[in-house]
Structure formats: C-alpha cells, structure tokens
Design a protein around this ligand. Sequence first.
Ligand code: BV8
Ligand code: ZN
Length: 236
Amino acid sequence: MEQTRAWLKQARSVAVLTGAGISAESGVPTFRGKQGLWKQYRPEELANADAFHRDPRLVWEWYNWRRSLIAKAHPNPGHYALADLASRIPNFTLISQNVDDLHEQAGSRDVLKVHGDIWQLRCLNCGRQHIDPRPALPEIPPHCHCGGLLRPGVVWFGEELPRHIWCKALQAARTAELFLVIGTSAVVYPAASLVHIAKRAGAHIVELNITETVITNDIDDFLAGPCGEILPKLIA
Ligand code: BV8
Ligand code: ZN
C-alpha cells in the first residue's frame, strides 16, 4: 500500500482499468463470481449476437434484469475514490469494462467504456442509437420507430470494441507511468491486453482484487481486498 501511495504521489500519468469487481460492493453481480448468474446461463452464452438473433426475448430478459439491478445500485467508496483521484493527477484515464454507469454517477468524466453502455439501445435496421434510462423496458424485445429491432448498446463476444474508444485506451496504456488494474478477472480480450501493453511500455502495474488472478504473477504490486475499502485508504 505504501509503495503504491508513493507512486501515486509522484506519477504524472495514471491509467486505470476496472472490471465488475468495482461494482460488486454496489450490489451489481460480477460475471464469473460465485453468486449464481441469472438462471442457468453463462454470460458468454447470452452476451453474443447469435444468442440474440436466436432468442432476442431471452437476451433482453437478461439485460432488463441487469438494468433493474443497476438502476437500484449506487456508487460505492471505490467509485468515489477513483473520481477523486482523477482530480489530483495531471493525466488520468479511467478505462472500464463495465457497462453500468456507476463511475459516471460518482463523478468520473470521460470514462472509456470499452464494452459499451447498458443504457444505450441501437437499432439493427437504421442504426439509430439512444439512451433509454428506464430500469426495465416495458416491451421486449423493443423496436425502433422504423420498426427495426433494438439491441443493447454493449459489445458482445465476437464483436469489435468501439474503435475510437479502444484507440484512446491503448494510448493511455502506452503512456501511463502507473497502471492500476482493479476488480477484473483479466480473462476478456482485448481489454486485458492493456495490462501487458502498459507493462511493456514500462509502467508500474498495481492490481487490486479480492483474489489473485491470471495476471497477478506478471504485475508489480498486489493489493488484496475489496475496492470499496482499499481505494479510499490508498488515496487518503
Ligand atoms: C473480440 C459486455 C473479435 C456485454 C463483455 C480465446 C482466448 C482468448 C480470447 C478469446 C478466446 N475466444 C474468444 C476470445 C475473444 C473474447 C474473449 O476474450 N473471450 C474470453 C471469455 C476468453 N473477446 C471478445 O469476443 C471481444 N471481441 O475479440 O472480437 C473481433 C476483432 C476485430 C474485429 C471483429 C471481431 C469482446 C469482448 C467483450 C465481451 N463483452 N461485456 C455485457 O456486459 O453484457 S465481457 C464481460 O466480461 C464484461 O464486460 C466484463 O466486464 C468482462 C470482464 O469481466 P470482469 O469485469 O473481469 O468481471 P469478472 O466477473 O470476470 O471478474 C470480477 C473480478 O472482480 C474477479 O477477479 C473478482 O475476484 C473481483 N472482485 C469481486 N468483488 C470484488 C473484486 N475485486 C475487488 N473488490 C471487490 N469487492
Ligand atoms: Zn431504426
């Protein structure tokens, strides 16, 4: 903790990659955690375009369930600590794999949402996209004014990450002196590759998690514990 605090004091450019673990203490289930996922499906079986084309209602039921949960969730001290940290570091970039808006609610700005946004809908027919903040959509699957089917504005498995956002995330990983990897199992690519890119570019890598992960051996410091407790202490 002390070493990471010392790095934070003198770092001019910091990049942070967060995953579902930072929203866990807000009551948003993680993907690969122990608590059962919705019904008997695994995320990889639902978060993909084929599942959606096969059964849009089933996939929308899953997203409606998650929207309702996220709508009830509030940012936790971990989200607020990162928003606070951003105001003290000259070059600070927050990259998140999460599709919830808890970082934004806690005051983080310009969050690079590499896997999209659960509140966004996109029309398969005319491509129009808009934010619909209603926790659960009344009619599923929802349709666009043009009659087209609407899908969640998230990145599914097998889909490309938003190019513009991904380029900015790469740039941040390449120029960071300090790279914090927080609450992610680091198994999803290409997001997880940001850690290796930052390391190759010479960044000091700190991982914050309640358990070790597949990248723990490759990083410099491991802070064990829940984000909601560790992050406020780190920036105090
Ligand atoms: C692409 C959005 C190609 C939707 C998501 C084989 C090998 C390697 C890669 C692949 C492969 N087969 C396929 C691939 C590629 C695939 C992939 O990586 N698969 C993995 C599963 C093997 N990737 C893709 O398909 C990507 N696209 O490659 O396209 C392409 C390229 C060019 C052109 C065209 C096509 C797209 C990936 C994005 C998928 N979308 N989500 C939605 O949310 O519904 S991924 C999903 O997993 C979420 O976004 C989530 O954020 C992400 C990562 O999960 P985590 O955030 O890490 O959450 P997890 O539950 O896993 O872990 C939580 C962690 O928190 C744990 O470590 C836990 O210990 C910790 N924790 C818990 N509580 C706390 C805590 N830590 C601290 N405090 C706590 N309190
Ligand atoms: Zn449309």
